[in-house]
Design a protein around this ligand. Structure first.
Ligand code: ADP
Ligand code: TRP
Length: 323
C-alpha cells in the first residue's frame, strides 16, 4: 500500500451476488489490484434501507467476503471490510448532510423511483447518496469502479466534495468513476437489467447444476433453429460476449446471422464458457464459505487498514468546520 492511486468500491449485502455484480463491479475491481491500492467494503449500512432480517444481513456479509476471496482478492496487500466497522463514515455523513441541499437528494434516481412507485421513503433511502459520498470521500479515494447504475451517485459525490472544498478550503480528493463500457448493464433472465430486486439473476457461484439451469432459463425470442438471429439483441449473446475472446465472439455472431443454430445450443455454449471461468472460484468459495474464523479475520484486518485513513480524514474535516 502507499504511492499507487486508491480505488474504492462498495457492494450491498442484500442477496446472492450475481453475474451483473461480477461483470459490472467485482471483476473490474479485483483487476485493479494490479495497479492500484484498493479498498473494497460491504455496504451493510446501505443494506439496512431494505434488509430487515439481522441473521440474513450477517450471512450475506460472510457470503460476499467468501466471494471476493474466491475471486482472488488479495487481503494481505489491500483492504476489504464492513462499512459499519468504520464509525467515522456516519460522523462524516452528518457533517456533509449539513451542506447537502434537499433538492439535490430529490433528483436522485433511487428516491425518484420509490416515489414513482408510491413506496414509503425512509430518511435512510432519502439520504442514501450522502452516505455513499462519505464512503468514498472518507478514504481519499481517487477512483471508484462501479456499474453504470451508480454514475449519478458518483456525480453527487463529486458535487458535494467540490462544494465542501469551496466552502471550507481543500479537504477532499475529488474522485472519478470507472465504468466498464462493454459491460455497462448486464441483462437478466427476462432481458431487463439483472438485479436482485427483479428476481431475474444468474447467481455467481451457485452449484454447477443450479448455475446451468439458470443460464438455460434466459429468455430469447421464438425464432426456430433455421432462422437467422440477431446477436445484438440477444441476452445469451450479451453474456457470452463478456466471457469469450474476440474470435469466439465473432464465430458465434456469424452462426447467429447464418441461421441453423438453436437457442438451446447457444445457451449450452454460453454455459460452458462462463463455467470455465467460474468453476475454480466456485470450488474455493465452497471450501471457505463456512469458515467464519477466517472470514472474520479478513474483515478485521481490512477494518484496521481502513480506519487509519478514515481517522485522518475526519480529523481534517472536523478541523475545517470548527469542531
Ligand atoms: P442489485 O441491483 O442486484 O441490487 P447492487 O445495487 O448491489 O445490485 O450492485 C452492486 C454493484 O454491481 C454496483 O456497482 C452495480 O453497478 C453493479 N451491478 C448491479 N447489477 C448490474 C448489472 N445488471 N450490470 C452491470 N453492473 C451491475
Ligand atoms: N450504492 C452502491 C450500490 O447500490 C453500493 C455502494 C455504497 C457503493 N457505497 C458505495 C459503491 C461507495 C461505490 C462506492 O451498488
Amino acid at each position: 500500500m502507499g504511492s499507487k492511486p486508491r480505488s474504492l468500491s462498495g457492494i450491498k449485502p442484500t442477496g446472492t451476488p450475481h453475474l451483473g455484480n461480477y461483470l459490472g463491479m467485482i471483476k473490474p475491481a479485483i483487476l485493479l489490484q494490479e495497479t492500484h491500492e484498493t479498498f473494497y467494503f460491504i455496504a451493510d449500512y446501505h443494506a439496512l434501507t431494505s434488509v430487515r432480517d439481522p441473521e440474513q444481513l450477517r450471512e450475506n456479509t460472510y457470503d460476499l467476503t467468501a466471494v471476493f476471496a474466491a475471486l482472488g482478492m488479495d487481503f494481505e496487500n489491500h483492504a476489504f471490510f464492513r462499512q459499519s466497522d468504520i464509525p467515522e463514515v456516519t460522523e462524516l455523513t452528518w457533517i456533509l448532510s449539513c451542506i447537502t441541499s434537499k433538492g439535490l437528494m430529490e433528483r436522485a434516481h433511487a428516491y425518484k423511483d420509490a416515489m414513482a412507485k408510491d413506496q414509503e421513503v425512509s430518511m435512510g433511502l432519502f439520504s442514501y447518496p450522502v452516505l455513499m459520498a462519505c464512503d468514498i470521500l472518507i478514504y481519499d479515494s481517487n477512483f471508484v469502479p462501479v456499474g453504470q447504475d451508480q454514475r449519478q451517485h458518483l456525480e453527487i459525490t463529486r458535487d458535494l466534495a467540490i462544494r465542501f472544498n469551496h466552502l471550507y478550503g481543500e479537504a477532499f480528493v475529488i474522485p472519478e468513476a470507472i465504468i466498464e463500457k462493454e459491460v455497462a448493464t448486464i441483462p437478466g433472465l427476462d432481458g431487463r437489467k439483472m438485479s436482485k430486486s427483479y428476481g431475474n439473476v444468474i447467481p455467481l457461484l451457485a452449484p454447477e447444476k443450479q448455475f446451468r439451469k439458470a443460464v438455460m432459463k434466459i429468455t430469447t425470442d421464438s425464432k426456430s433453429v433455421d432462422e437467422p438471429k440477431d446477436p445484438e439483441t440477444c441476452s445469451v449473446f450479451a453474456l457470452y460476449k463478456c466471457f469469450a475472446g474476440k474470435k469466439e465472439q465473432e464465430a458465434l455472431a456469424e452462426q447467429y446471422l447464418a441461421g441453423g443454430l438453436g437457442y438451446g445450443e447457444a445457451k449450452q455454449l454460453c454455459f460452458e464458457t462462463l463455467n470455465a471461468e467460474l468453476k475454480g472460484p466456485r470450488e474455493i468459495y465452497q471450501q471457505i464459505r463456512n469458515d467464519k474464523t477466517k472470514l472474520n479475520g479478513i474483515l478485521e484486518s481490512g477494518r484496521d487498514k481502513a480506519r487509519v485513513i478514515a481517522r485522518d480524514v475526519i480529523d481534517r474535516v472536523r478541523d475545517k468546520v470548527g469542531l
